[in-house]
Design a protein around this ligand. Structure first.
Ligand code: NAP
Length: 300
């Protein structure tokens, strides 16, 4: 039986691994992917992680993973089917096998939200994308739209403006939510056009995205826009399906846990983007990993 099993190998899980290794815990990190990094892997450039300004998301992830590897962390690639709480013992049921630990640190992060409009599902992978850094190259010299007004949408639009002829940023309000420094970078791009106060009502095309139907809420008018691709960046949902019956969450699924990362279930801790907290950044995810380990150590 491990002292602790860390589920998820994004910044929170890897932060926990580094602190857990230094604390001498017997532990392993389980992730369904052999490539560590989580959502950060979808980020082109990270400007706000202390000491690593301008690193790519992939580059930061590799550095985090190398750090955990160097300290001897055991990594297990397995998809988790379910979690079982037997009080002093927690059982992680994987597809490969079952794993046992005295404590669990849940660091499964978050996944992109969908718009939920006609055409989105049908044209997914045929012009509808949720990852600009993964799929942007397919739209070289073409016209694309980005939907959303947060950090991810603005980062995606900046990234795509370097590849595409034209980028439309479609937002449902007339001010962006993204941090000011990113907004300034985007406003300086000549091939980016903003479509404010508008919602995407439908994505149309046969075998590929051809146009979208927009609704301007202020003018109460519907229009069509011809594009080759659409990047949807309208927020995230926490990956808490595995544990929502074990720990208390809010109505959106975020796990209720304080800075010590302790959840409502003794011996289960939540770190990173799955935790209910005001700021979801790489640096706060890594910090959660460290705090969660500290709480585990105190409890053992
Ligand atoms: P976000 O900050 O929640 O922004 C989501 C955006 O999508 C908002 O502008 C929202 O509009 C819009 N939206 C939501 N539902 C919509 C819908 N149904 N239709 C149209 N628009 C919709 O999400 P995010 O940009 O994915 O970022 C997620 C978290 O990661 C955030 O905490 C962010 O700060 C963090 N992050 C940080 C960095 C960084 O520090 N470099 C980079 C990436 C992400 P409203 O504005 O009207 O609500």
């Amino acid at each position: 039986m491990y002292d602790v099993l860390i589920i998820g190998a994004g910044p929170a899980g890897l932060g926990a691994a580094v602190y857990g290794a230094r604390a001498g815990l017997s532990m392993a990190v389980i992730d369904q992917s052999p490539i560590s990094g989580g959502q950060v892997l979808n980020t082109y450039e990270v400007d706000n992680y202390l000491g690593l300004m301008g690193e790519t998301g992939g580059g930061i992830s590799e550095k985090f993973r190398a750090h955990a590897d160097k300290l001897g962390t055991e990594f297990i690639v397995d998809e988790i089917k379910s979690l079982e709480d037997q009080g002093e013992k927690k059982i992680v049921h994987g597809y490969e096998k079952d794993y046992e630990a005295k404590a669990l640190i849940l660091a499964t992060g978050a996944s992109h939200s969908k718009l939920g409009v006609p055409g989105e599902e049908e044209l997914s992978g045929m012009g509808v994308s949720y990852c600009a850094t993964c799929d942007g190259a397919f739209f070289k010299n073409r016209t694309v739209a980005v939907v959303g007004g947060g950090d991810v949408a603005v980062e995606d639009a900046i990234f795509l403006s370097k590849i595409c002829n034209k980028v439309y940023l479609i937002h449902r309000r007339d001010t962006l939510r993204a941090v000011k420094s990113l907004q300034e970078k985007l406003f300086a791009k000549e091939n980016v056009e903003f479509i404010w106060d508008s919602e995407v009502r439908e994505i149309c095309g046969t075998n590929a995205v051809e146009k979208i139907v927009l609704y301007n809420k202020k003018e109460q008018q519907t229009s069509e826009l011809e594009i080759n691709g659409i990047f949807i960046a309208v927020g995230v949902v926490p990956n808490t399906d595995l544990c929502k019956n074990l720990v208390e969450t809010d109505e959106r699924g975020y796990i209720k846990a304080g800075e010590d990362c302790a959840t409502s279930c003794k011996g289960i801790y939540a770190a990173g983007d799955i935790r209910l907290k005001p700021m979801r950044q790489i640096i706060t995810a890594v910090a959660d990993g460290a705090n969660a380990v500290n709480t585990v150590v105190e409890s053992l």
